[in-house]
Design a protein around this ligand. Structure first.
Ligand code: HEC
Ligand code: HEC
Length: 326
């Protein structure tokens, strides 16, 4: 942060020269990343809903996971939490945050080729990232989740995309990602937490609904093959900016090559299959280059959609949907 004393003379000099300050190129946005604090809300039904939504988000397995005692409350199909991927309760810049997302829905989603609501988007993560089933729209849980997401967007204007959404753009490789090389990166950088077998470490015994200390990266209790995290561009970008845990986008630990290769290794391991993926992206021209399942409009082989290189695919299709994980 420059002190006022540092910029004052420049400003004065510019004024003296008659330079139109307003016409100068805008500096990168210095807007502070919002840090909404739910605990500071005044007591009452709104706070109760926001806090229940936050609990559903951070302790998903305990409240609506596959091991909860009341079978009718089992909506998530694995023992992950929303914040396993949307880090720190959805507040981590470039950690797939949900700050500022409330006012961006309804929006056009290429995966279904239609305009979808925030409720639809939440169901999408429940069915794919959490390998589960949809929550009833009028349930107390869906309302609480929406209340929490709306709260996270306090003071963010409707329609404004914050810098920090998703994960930072990762430079593409000119080669295919290499899962064998990624296995070495995994052993060196990831296995200490996610375990050698990639299946993570639970907080309690199986069946306790307690969730994970370190989540699985593959296997039966992981996201399914229709999830955004199963797309290589999405997962490599997330991993480079956020893993090993504690990494931030401002100081990535992995090299660009290591991030691509370890993501390719992760996504080459077995995981639950989602049926009907051929019905995703019904407008095939909108199918992202890294959607790793057929059919494809372009002539590129399945392996290139799984591992890259992606630039030739992107170049071949004008109007291809963005790199976002929708
Ligand atoms: C210090 C422990 C630690 C290390 C090392 C680590 N992770 Fe993680 N990782 C976590 C935790 C914990 C989470 C869940 C975030 C949370 O609950 O706050 C996570 C989440 C993830 C997720 C998203 C959730 C999921 O289950 O898929 C991916 C992907 C991931 N890590 C990949 C990696 C990769 C690849 C490496 C190595 C480059 C790595 N992690 C290294 C602790 C770690
Ligand atoms: C295995 C990882 C994972 C888990 C678990 C997960 N998500 Fe997601 N979610 C993603 C990815 C990847 C995206 C796409 C991000 C992008 O487009 O950049 C996403 C996108 C979203 C979006 C849209 C964000 C935007 O910027 O448009 C919402 C809302 C959302 N998830 C809600 C949830 C909720 C609620 C849960 C828990 C019920 C959940 N997610 C669990 C990975 C996950």
């Amino acid at each position: 942060m420059p002190r006022l004393g540092d910029i004052g003379p420049t400003l004065l000099a510019a004024l003296a020269l008659g330079v139109a300050i307003a016409a100068a190129p805008a500096p990168p946005s210095r807007a502070a990343w919002p840090t909404p604090d739910a605990d500071a809300l005044p007591a009452g039904p709104w706070k109760d809903a926001v806090l229940y939504g936050r609990a559903l988000f951070s302790d998903t397995s305990t409240l609506i996971g596959p091991e909860v005692a009341n079978a009718s409350m089992r909506f998530a199909g694995n023992n992950l939490s929303c914040q396993t991927c949307h880090l720190k309760g959805g507040t981590q810049k470039f950690g797939l945050p949900l700050i500022g997302v409330y006012g961006l829905f309804p929006t056009y989603i290429p995966r279904e080729n239609e305009v979808r609501t925030l409720e639809d988007r939440i169901e999408g993560c429940l069915e794919r990232s959490m390998n589960g089933r949809p929550l009833p729209i009028d349930s107390r849980e869906m309302k609480a989740m929406l209340a929490y997401l709306q709260f996270l967007s306090t003071d963010v204007p409707v329609g404004r995309v914050l810098e920090g959404r998703g994960a930072p753009t990762l430079p593409l490789l000119s080669r295919a990602a290499n899962p064998e090389r990624g296995a070495t990166v995994f052993l060196e950088r990831c296995a200490a937490c996610h375990q050698m077998n990639g299946l993570g470490m639970r907080k309690g015994p199986a069946g306790s609904a307690a969730g994970y200390l370190f989540p699985p990266l593959w296997g039966p209790d992981s996201f399914n093959d229709g999830a955004g995290m199963h797309r290589l561009i999405v997962s490599a970008s997330f991993i480079r900016a956020n893993m090993p845990l504690g990494t931030t986008h401002a100081a990535p630990v992995l090299s660009v090559d290591d991030a691509w290769d370890v993501a390719a290794f992760m996504n080459s391991r077995p995981r639950p299959a989602r049926s009907g993926l051929d019905r995703d992206y019904p407008d095939r021209s909108r199918k992202p280059a890294d959607a790793p399942f057929p059919p494809f409009l372009d002539g590129f082989p399945l392996d290139q959609h799984r591992l890259g290189p992606f630039q030739p695919i992107l170049d071949a299709t004008v109007g291809r949907s963005s790199r976002r994980g929708q």
